[in-house]
Write a protein that binds this ligand. Structure first.
Ligand code: CP3
Length: 351
């Protein structure tokens, strides 16, 4: 029998370790969630995708998207549930066509290569289903789980909007930003405005923290980085906090290496995500001691499992042993990851 002791207050009973760490507490073991934790490595996701016919349709179907959000929570009991959606719903809501080419990735049409953005709407439409998903998830969320919302950061979203697809070097957007910075700034302002509305909509619907994914922040030269990564992320943080002062914001600027301290300081995010190329010992020295840090297991170490996984997890935990730390991957979980390795990871963390 496990009677609940009388000393457990409602506050303790609804304690959310991930949210506590994001607010600056240290917890042992660290709370854990995995980027892309809902997705193709899970048989229950693949089955649902087969039945529902297509990724984007699932993103706009609140009951299905909520179910997918909760699949990894039910299976693994992660501390965070991340909204099932995509960063590219923002360009879609601004008026570009969006589809996913099997085996290749996203396509946006028309591409915006020439700096003419007249086809874009000035405000977002059709994202109500996403907020509805959040309400569904929150209604079914276990008491200790933190509901995470997200958006892409403007630079990363712009790289897809300009090229009309993913690219190795984000060359199309980088070229446009050099050739016509005034036009590019207009595009960024449009994305910032839409993203703020979108995040406020998610918060109003019940998300408890948000993550800004800047997956391509690492492709910019230093001055361009300040202009297209620091400034727009700062603008989003300020605008969201102006309307929701208690908003908790994680910044994940992938690939920026030594620019991480300046990113953390100048954007004003509450926590930073480290990608797997960052040495956590360096990050621990370089970042303010009270700044919560998230990361940064190599997704391939999780694919490998066994003693390689054991070693990698030990290195990260030792490096971040004295600061608020949320355990996560350095980037999204890979579709070939064995479910048993995720179980192994959780057993290691909770041992
Ligand atoms: O983390 C989560 O589980 C929440 C959901 C989520 C998805 N995409 C679902 C998804 C999140 C947070 C994203 C973010 C995202 N989407 C980013 C930033 C993070 C990163 O990975 O760099 C980017 C760049 C995208 C754009 C995108 N969406 C690409 C390039 C692709 C195709 C590549 C791929 O993995 O297939 C997607 C599709 C996508 N987004 C899938 C999922 C589960 C796969 C869809 C499927 O085939 O079932």
């Amino acid at each position: 029998m496990h009677a609940i002791p009388a000393s457990v207050s409602p506050e303790t009973a609804s304690d959310r370790p991930l949210l506590a760490v994001l607010r600056g507490e240290r917890r042992d073991p660290p709370p854990v969630w995995l980027m892309r934790q809902a997705g193709r490595y899970l048989p229950e996701y693949r089955a649902l995708r087969e039945a529902k016919g297509g990724f984007l349709a699932m993103c706009y179907d609140p009951a299905t998207a909520a179910e997918i959000t909760l699949q990894p929570i039910r299976r693994f009991g992660f501390d965070g549930a991340i909204l099932f959606s995509d960063i590219l719903v923002i360009p879609h809501a601004l008026g570009q066509d969006l589809w996913f080419e099997a085996g290749e990735g996203p396509r946006l049409a028309p591409p915006l290569l020439d700096g003419d953005f007249s086809m874009l709407r000035q405000a977002i439409g059709r994202l109500d289903p996403v907020y509805e998903t959040v309400r569904h998830v929150v209604a079914d969320l276990p008491a200790g789980t933190t509901m995470l919302g997200f958006a892409g950061s403007p630079w990363t979203v712009a790289t897809y909007m300009v090229a009309g697809a993913g690219s190795k070097d984000q060359g199309a957007a980088r070229r446009l930003a050099y050739r016509d910075p005034v036009a590019f700034q207009r595009l960024m302002d449009l994305i910032v405005g839409a993203t703020v509305e979108y995040l406020i909509g998610q918060i109003d619907a019940g998300v408890m923290a948000i993550q800004l994914f800047d997956s391509w922040a690492g492709s910019l030269a230093p001055d361009e980085f300040r202009r297209w990564v620091i400034s727009p992320n700062r603008a989003i943080v300020d605008a969201v906090r102006a309307r929701q002062p208690a908003a908790v914001i994680i910044g994940f600027p992938k690939g920026i290496g030594e620019k991480l301290p300046v990113y953390a300081r100048e954007t004003g995010v509450d926590a930073v995500g480290l990608d797997e190329t960052i040495d956590p010992v360096w990050a621990n020295d370089a970042l303010p001691g009270d700044l919560p840090v998230q990361g940064n297991l190599d997704p391939l170490a999780l694919v490998a499992g066994g003693s390689a996984l054991e070693r990698a997890v030990g290195t990260i935990r030792a490096a971040l042993a004295t600061r608020p730390h949320i355990f996560n991957l350095g980037h999204g979980i890979l579709p070939e990851t064995p479910v048993s390795h995720v179980e192994q990871l959780l057993a290691m963390l909770r041992r």
